[in-house]
Design a protein around this ligand. Structure first.
Ligand code: ZN
Length: 129
């Protein structure tokens, strides 16, 4: 079981499905994990209903940080803002499927932190819908 997830992480690190940049975008945020040198920016476009229609990440870092970002963006496709707010640490850890120590945990959760910062940084007009 662990081998499956390890291969998944390496595969998504080497061949990410959601890597790139969106300009213009509706949500964009960037942050880093200085412990490991991981840096991730996430750009999101919303459709007219306010659901995620496109989401990509850019940046660099270790395999876990980059694979977690790629898997997270796949997971959030089509979600509403409320749906994005509801994504939890456990969701991300389930996607990765391997046990992580405290240092690697910061790598794994960087993309979620970036996503949440971007979502909660939105104007009230979007929040109120
Ligand atoms: Zn890392």
């Amino acid at each position: 079981m662990d081998d499956f997830y390890r291969e998944l992480i390496i595969d998504r690190y080497k061949n990410p499905l959601f890597k790139g940049e969106l300009d213009p975008n509706d949500i964009s945020f960037e942050d880093e994990n200085p412990l490991c040198g991981d840096r991730i920016r996430i750009d999101i476009r919303l459709d007219k209903f306010g659901n995620v229609s496109e989401a990509v990440f850019s940046g660099e870092g270790c395999a876990i940080s980059q694979a977690a970002a790629d898997l997270l963006l796949e997971e959030i496709m089509g979600k509403s803002i409320e749906g994005l707010k509801a994504v939890s640490k456990d969701n991300v850890l389930d996607l990765l499927g391997i046990d992580l120590g405290p240092v690697r945990l910061k790598c794994a959760l960087l993309s979620l932190k970036v996503l949440k910062s971007g979502v909660y940084g939105l104007g009230e007009s979007v929040d109120a819908d």
